[in-house]
Design a protein around this ligand. Structure first.
Ligand code: NAD
Length: 275
């Protein structure tokens, strides 16, 4: 495997892309600590792991610095070191546009979305950097098409994911030369991504939006519209960026894994639809 002997900590590792990355890292030879707020889910991932001796779960909320410090300590205690932090836990805003939200709703939802999506990444990086310096390790952040383009969320989600892009670049500067910091900007994935509690969207799952797409639904406006939405198909770049051998000179960079949203033309999403 590409990550033989490495030890990783993954926030939001109980479901979605976090779980898929955890399972991929295990398959690549790493040991993995998954962190999340839902114990039942974390236990399920541990139970399903082919080699349970290489996976450990910690229940924590990424908004709580103390819990993140404890999680890092537990991960190091269990696996001896930390090579990679995957900052990943997040929530979506279900594309609630500015004009659909009251001032009070914006106020509440801003605090919740930025606390999980942005503060959760900074606090995890703060908790982990000392261990990452020791191993000359790296941070890989889950970014989004919404880190670059509009309408992948409403103003709150889009701003939060743009903020994560800036955070990734700033930390790449501040932690060089010992720790590399990169991002994987995922496009739409069929996961259990939830919304903010403050908008009553904590129980809504993005998977419902994917389920709605039937044979009569037009393809989404992305060039590779026949690409998968299975989070497992998005894990390759995480492995690449975590691997010292494969990306030793890469830092401060985001890999867009979004079906080519950035190359859309004006007339049609896929210029080669006639091919
Ligand atoms: P998901 O809900 O399946 O996974 C997120 C995990 O994070 C869940 O297990 C959840 O319980 C956990 N979590 C949420 N808030 C937490 C908190 N405060 N403390 C601890 N754990 C918490 O959804 P996902 O789509 O896999 O989301 C992972 C990341 O991917 C997010 O950063 C999201 O913004 C990003 N992303 C998702 C998509 C998509 O279409 N699903 C697209 C681009 C980027």
């Amino acid at each position: 495997g590409w990550l033989e002997g490495d030890a990783a900590l993954i926030t939001g590792g109980g479901s979605g892309i976090g779980r898929a990355v955890a399972e991929r890292f295990l398959a690549e030879g790493a040991s993995v600590t998954i962190l999340g707020r839902d114990k039942k889910r974390l236990d399920e991932v541990v139970r399903d792991a082919a080699d349970p001796s290489r996976i450990h779960a910690v229940v924590a909320d990424v908004r709580d610095s103390g819990s993140l410090h404890l999680a890092v300590a537990e991960a190091v205690d269990r696996f001896g070191k930390l090579d990679t932090l995957v900052a990943n836990a997040g929530v979506w805003d279900y594309q609630r546009q500015l004009t659909r939200l009251s001032g009070q709703e914006l106020n509440t939802a801003f605090d919740e979305i930025f606390a999980v999506n942005v503060k959760g990444y900074v606090l995890a990086a703060e908790a982990a950097w000392r261990e990452l310096v020791k191993t000359r390790g790296s941070i890989v952040m889950t970014l989004s098409n919404a880190s670059f383009y509009v309408n992948g969320g409403g103003p709150l989600y889009t701003a939060s994911k743009h903020a994560c892009l800036g955070l990734m670049r700033e930390l790449a500067y501040e932690l060089a030369p010992k720790v590399r910091v990169n991002g994987v900007a995922c496009g739409g994935m069929n996961t259990d991504l939830r919304g903010p509690q403050g908008l009553g969207l904590a129980d809504r799952s993005i998977s419902a939006s994917f389920a709605k797409q039937g044979p009569d639904t037009p393809p989404p406006p992305i060039p590779l519209h026949d690409s998968s939405t299975d989070p497992r198909d998005f894990t390759g770049p995480y492995v690449l960026l975590a691997s010292r051998a494969q990306s030793g000179p890469i830092t401060g960079h985001a890999i867009n894994v979004d079906g080519g949203i950035g190359v859309r033309g004006f007339a049609g999403a896929a210029g080669g639809d006639h091919l």
